[in-house]
Design a protein around this ligand. Structure first.
Ligand SMILES: Nc1nc2c(ncn2[C@@H]2O[C@H](COP(=O)(O)OP(=O)(O)O)[C@@H](O)[C@H]2O)c(=O)[nH]1
Ligand SMILES: [Mg+2]
Length: 395
C-alpha cells in the first residue's frame, strides 16, 4: 500500500511538472534542464519493484538529484553541422534518443563554423533529454594556417574536380576534415567531457541499445569504438602514408607494441591498406586525441598541408592513429549497434542469440561487401572467422 501511495504521489508531482513544462514551452525554448537518468528499476521499501520511465518532462535538477542513483560516464554526443543540415539531422537525433538516450540522457554538443539559428536550437533541443549545447568554432580551427599556400590549394581543388573525385573541389569539406581530425575535442564545450559519440545528419540506428555504451567504454578501458570500416579513395590521400612514415621515423616510440597494424598495412608498414573506420560514427575517448602522441601526429600532418593540398579525411587520420598508437585491445567493434550512414549500413548478425531485434536485413549488411575492411580488422585482431559464416547465418 505504501508503495502504491508513493507511486501515486510521484505520479501527481510529475503530472504537475509536465503540465507546467508544457504551459511554459515558449519561454522554455532551447534552454533545458540538465537531466540525469534515474535507475531503470526502482525498488520500493517493501521490496516490490516497478518500471519507471526515466524521462520525465519538466524534471527539475532538485527532484532529479533526489531520484538519481545512476551514475553516468563523463560523456556527450557531438554533432558538427550547418543550419541547413537541420532537416536531415532531426531524424538522426530522434533515432539516437529512441534507441538509447531516452534512457540515459547524455548531453549533446552541437558545433558550427557559423552561428546556429534559433530554429536549429529549438528543434534539436526539443528532442534531446540531456542538456543541448551550441558552440561556435574558433576561426583559427576553421581557416587556412599561415604556412598553407592558398593558390596551390585552389589548384588542387580544380584538378580534383576535373578528376571527378568526391568532394574534390569542396573547400569547406577540407576545413571540416581538418577540424574533425585535430580540433573538435579542444572546443571549450567539449572540455568537460572525456567520451563522445559522433552523430551526423542522415544516419540512424536499427536496434535498441540496452546498455550504457559510454560506461562500457570506460569499464572496459576502450578508447576507440566503431561500426563500419571501409577503404579510402586513394586519390584523396596520396601522401598521407608517406607523411605518417616521416612522423614515425621521428617518433618511433609512438608505435604501440600491441598495435592493430595489420588493419592499416599488410606489408610491415610499407604501404597503407586504405582501411579506415568510418568516422561518421565514433564512440571514443578524447584523452587519446588530446594526448601527446596524437597531438604531435596531427601537428605533423597539419604542417605537411595535405588537408588542403590533397583531401585528407578525418577517418583515415583517426584510424591510422588508433591502429598504430593504441593497444589493439583498446579498439572496440560495436557489432551490436545497427547503424546506417548512406549509402551503407551495418546490421548485426545472429540477432536472436544477441537478444537484439533490429529493423534491418542482416544479409544486406556492409560487413562482407568488397569495400568493407571488417575481414582485415578481424585478421589484425587475430579473431578467427569463417568468411562464409555471416552470409549463411543471417537471423
Ligand atoms: N558546420 C559545418 N558542418 C559541416 C560542414 N560540412 C560538413 N559538415 C558536417 O560535417 C559532417 C560530415 O559532413 P557530410 O556532408 O556528412 O560528409 P560525408 O559524410 O563525408 O559525406 C556532418 O556532420 C556535416 O553536417 C560545414 O561547412 N560546416
Ligand atoms: Mg555524413
Amino acid at each position: 500500500m505504501r508503495s502504491a501511495r508513493l507511486f501515486i504521489a510521484l505520479g501527481a508531482v510529475f503530472t504537475f511538472l509536465f503540465v507546467f513544462a508544457v504551459r511554459n514551452t515558449d519561454s522554455d525554448t532551447f534552454k533545458r534542464f540538465t537531466t540525469t537518468p534515474v535507475e531503470e528499476e526502482t525498488t520500493t521499501e517493501e521490496g516490490e519493484s516497478y518500471e519507471q520511465d526515466p524521462y520525465v518532462p519538466g524534471m527539475t535538477p532538485e527532484l532529479n538529484s533526489k531520484l538519481q542513483k545512476y551514475k553516468r560516464a563523463n560523456a556527450t554526443f557531438v554533432t558538427l553541422a550547418r543550419n541547413e543540415d537541420l532537416e536531415h539531422l532531426l531524424p538522426s537525433i530522434r533515432s539516437i534518443q529512441d534507441r538509447f538516450n531516452s534512457r540515459y540522457h547524455y548531453d549533446w554538443v552541437f558545433l558550427n563554423n557559423k552561428e546556429f539559428s534559433d530554429e536549429f536550437k529549438i528543434l534539436t533541443s526539443r528532442l534531446i533529454t540531456g542538456e543541448a549545447k551550441y558552440g561556435l568554432i574558433n576561426e583559427s580551427h576553421w581557416s587556412y594556417p599561415d604556412w598553407i599556400d592558398q593558390k596551390k590549394a585552389a589548384e588542387t581543388r580544380k584538378q580534383m574536380k576535373a578528376d571527378d573525385i568526391i568532394y574534390g573541389d569542396n573547400e569547406q569539406y577540407r576545413h571540416m576534415c581538418r577540424f574533425e581530425s585535430g580540433f573538435f575535442f579542444h572546443h571549450p564545450l567539449m572540455q568537460q567531457y572525456r567520451y563522445y559519440w559522433r552523430v551526423e545528419p542522415e544516419t540512424n540506428l536499427y536496434c535498441d541499445i540496452n546498455y550504457d555504451v559510454f560506461k562500457f567504454m570506460k569499464d572496459n578501458d576502450k578508447k576507440y569504438g566503431w561500426t563500419i570500416s571501409i577503404t579510402e579513395f586513394e586519390a584523396t590521400i596520396k601522401t598521407l602514408w608517406k607523411t605518417t612514415k616521416d612522423f614515425l621515423s621521428q617518433y618511433p616510440e609512438a608505435l604501440h607494441e600491441n598495435r592493430l597494424e595489420k588493419f592499416v598495412s599488410f606489408n610491415n608498414l610499407d604501404t597503407y591498406s586504405l582501411c579506415h573506420f568510418w568516422s561518421n560514427f565514433e564512440i571514443a575517448d578524447m584523452e587519446f586525441w588530446r594526448g601527446e602522441t596524437y597531438s604531435k601526429y596531427f601537428e605533423h600532418l597539419d604542417k605537411a598541408g595535405g588537408f588542403f593540398y590533397e583531401r585528407w579525411g578525418d577517418a583515415p587520420v583517426h584510424s591510422i592513429a588508433a591502429s598504430l598508437f593504441l593497444d589493439k585491445d583498446d579498439i572496440h567493434y560495436f557489432d551490436d549497434i545497427g547503424y546506417r550512414h548512406p549509402p551503407f549500413y551495418h546490421c548485426p548478425a545472429d540477432q536472436s542469440q544477441k537478444g537484439l531485434s533490429c529493423a534491418c536485413m542482416p544479409e544486406k549488411t556492409f560487413d562482407w561487401h568488397g569495400s568493407s575492411c571488417l575481414r582485415d580488422y578481424l585478421r589484425a585482431k587475430d579473431i578467427k572467422f569463417d568468411e562464409e559464416y555471416n552470409k549463411k547465418k543471417t537471423t
